[in-house]
Ligand binder design. Sequence first.
Ligand SMILES: CC(C)(COP(=O)(O)OP(=O)(O)OC[C@H]1O[C@@H](n2cnc3c(N)ncnc32)[C@H](O)[C@@H]1OP(=O)(O)O)[C@@H](O)C(=O)NCCC(=O)NCCS
Length: 329
Amino acid sequence: MNGKPHAMVLGTGRAVPDKVLTNADLEKMVKTSDRWITERTGIKERRVVEPGTPLSELATEAALAALENAGVAGEEIDLVIVGTVTGDMKFPATACLVQERIGAKSAVGFDLSAACSGFLYGLQVAGSLIAQGGYRRALVIGGDVLTSMVDWDDRDTCVLFGDGAGAVVLGPSDGERGILGTYLKSDGKYSHLLCNPGCGSLNPPTPENVRDKLHTIRMEGREVFRHAVVSMVDALKTVLDEAGMTVDDLDLLIPHQANLRIIEAVNKRFRVPAEKLFVNVEQYGNTSAGSIPIALAEACQSGRVEKGSLVGMVTFGAGFTWASALIRL
Ligand SMILES: CC(C)(COP(=O)(O)OP(=O)(O)OC[C@H]1O[C@@H](n2cnc3c(N)ncnc32)[C@H](O)[C@@H]1OP(=O)(O)O)[C@@H](O)C(=O)NCCC(=O)NCCS
């Protein structure tokens, strides 16, 4: 989707749990150290839900914050998309639960599965539906409760993830502001390198599968790292090229917050100065589909960007999926 903007961001919101899990806490749980985690990932702490807290709670809180920020009432929303891989249940869609809680009686809601790319995929889908003319007020939410599928005995993965959700309200563009370009990509060849093999029809939750922890995250960290860097460079370069822009045009770049070293490796190629590069991975770890919309809401609400600012966003996740977007706020 490139060219004249059709849909623009009217408001942003975010929700993260109050509970903080620090590197020092993890030192008591697995054989790791604050030093190792900080050096290899940049993460110092992450927010985690109380066990049993569903994604819909964070998603609804983020949605209500975005509605308030946009000055839009819940009943005005006609489309709800939740990008997530940790919805409350296999069905119904978490989007339907959020729809009910915000009073969006006339909306259609559905979830979208693209792992950490879920928010940018959702932004593209909602933007296209608004561009077609059928919808006027869309909520795009990205969020995950990845701690619900973390193996807390696996130091390779348990130090990386946190919980959280972010949301935007979209409406028709005023002609200048809005989504200027998006780029989505996937490659199933690498699905085995980052997956949650035991929560679907492949390995239903039998006692044996649960015993073997198939319901937790499996990851080949080094391989994922390598693909993440190459793919995010590809996504950012493509969306900028197609818009006829360079990183110098950006007021802010929001990369997926998975690992500070991935962000730095991607930025080696683009050389975005620190003041234009958004980083909060040290506070939250990798919140999956929540990562980009949480960062966007924080950037907007801290005044780091304002109406008219050009924001680039780029992400990578399981699938593999990767994506980018350029928006004029
Ligand atoms: C997981 C990741 C941090 C590991 O960093 P790395 O520099 O690649 O580290 P390696 O895998 O080479 O492991 C180095 C050593 O540290 C060990 N190690 C792994 N996790 C550890 C931890 N939490 N604490 C201490 N040591 C750890 C490994 O066992 C390994 O030990 P060995 O050399 O004796 O075998 C990194 O690969 C990464 O971030 N990958 C991408 C993950 C990601 O972002 N996933 C989501 C994508 S959306």
